[in-house]
Design a protein around this ligand. Structure first.
Ligand SMILES: Cc1cc2nc3c(=O)[nH]c(=O)nc-3n(C[C@H](O)[C@H](O)[C@H](O)COP(=O)(O)OP(=O)(O)OC[C@H]3O[C@@H](n4cnc5c(N)ncnc54)[C@H](O)[C@@H]3O)c2cc1C
Length: 302
């Protein structure tokens, strides 16, 4: 199967193909088994041709950005993983920004700030790409992607089309793409506002310091593990009340710095992290009778 996929993709002129690529190299948790076939997309065509091919032959596929919100299992991913990191061009036009799905959110937040554009301050510490951030409706400090998205270019049912924000069903850490996993985000148009550059940079700097003081930003992790159950209830508090701050399963640990972050101290497997997630859920359910829902996407556990 692998050799046929690779030769078919070569015939479609897809160049950057790697076999048995370890996925831990492409996730911020630094865990995950190999992908049968891994491609680095360099054009929208690379993405759309690969997806058309995968659909035609019923081959499983997964599209990733920076891998900063995924927990990939240790077993072989029996299909094609498409990395979008090289689809990273963007353009500023007045207060509008066109950005391809692989654009790094932090880099874009700093770039727009330097252009005196306000709106992306919340994103200046979120280590994702545009595609994954739209998929997750990533957010912080009461702002989220939905606040700045104007429209999204998608590949849907073999067609390219622009969808307006109103069609994207955004809510807390949710977008339509979580139900429509067959749709791929290729690019976005963002709408920002002109403001004082110094004020924007000051806000970014204050938040950076706050993050560094309160989150294990330099550990292998995927940000918040669980969604907050409600505006008034934080997952970290429930986890603390269940006495789990610092709890470990092998090298997977509930962070001492922020208990809604699970970190890989060095050599954790995806199973260690997965088992710890389930243990936290179980203990919080027993203690507080509240069901925690994972914010991190679990990949290839079925
Ligand atoms: C230290 C740290 C801090 C973080 N802080 C925050 C925070 O403050 N707020 C927050 O919301 N998140 C935070 N995160 C989580 C994460 O950075 C965000 O969710 C980010 O938006 C994910 O983007 P990504 O490119 O890494 O997505 P990935 O992890 O690569 O993918 C996430 C999901 O999106 C899908 N996807 C990716 N690209 C596409 C595409 N082009 N089309 C369709 N589907 C796609 C993937 O299949 C997957 O299901 C943090 C993570 C870390 C490690």
């Amino acid at each position: 199967m692998k050799n046929k996929i690779i030769s078919d993709l070569h015939a479609l002129e897809i160049k950057d193909i790697i076999e048995n690529e370890p996925l831990y190299k492409h996730t911020t948790f630094k865990v995950g088994g190999p992908a049968l076939v891994f491609i680095e997309a360099h054009s929208f065509n690379d993405v759309t041709k690969t997806i058309d091919y995968a659909l035609q032959y019923h081959i499983k596929y997964l599209i990733i950005g920076n891998g900063s919100n995924i927990l990939v299992s240790d077993k072989l991913f029996q299909g094609i993983v498409i990395s979008t990191k090289y689809l990273n061009s963007f353009e500023l036009n007045d207060n509008y920004v066109y950005a391809m799905c692989g654009v790094n959110l932090i880099a874009l937040a700093y770039h727009t700030a330097q252009a005196s554009l306000s709106g992306m301050e919340f994103a200046s510490g979120i280590p994702g790409c545009i595609g994954g951030s739209v998929f997750m409706n990533a957010g912080a400090y009461k702002k989220e992607m939905a606040d700045i998205i104007k429209e999204v270019l998608v590949y849907d049912n073999h067609q390219l089309k622009w969808l307006d924000k109103a069609e994207l069903a955004f809510s807390y850490r949710h977008s339509i793409f979580q139900e429509r996993r067959d749709m791929v985000i290729l690019a976005v148009n963002l709408e920002l506002e002109f403001a004082c550059k110094e004020k924007i940079m000051e806000l970014i700097e204050t938040r950076k310091q706050k993050r560094q003081a309160t989150q294990p930003y330099d550990a292998f992790c995927a940000g918040s593990t669980f969604k907050n159950p409600s505006i008034d209830t934080s997952s970290w508090q429930l986890i603390d009340e269940a006495n789990l701050r610092g709890y470990k399963i092998n090298d997977a640990q509930v962070s001492m710095k922020h208990s809604n972050f699970i970190i890989n101290r060095d050599r954790a497997s995806a199973k260690d992290v997965y088992d710890l997630i389930n243990l936290v859920k179980k203990r919080v359910q027993e203690k507080a009778n509240i069901t925690l829902h994972v914010e991190v996407e679990l990949i290839n556990f079925e």
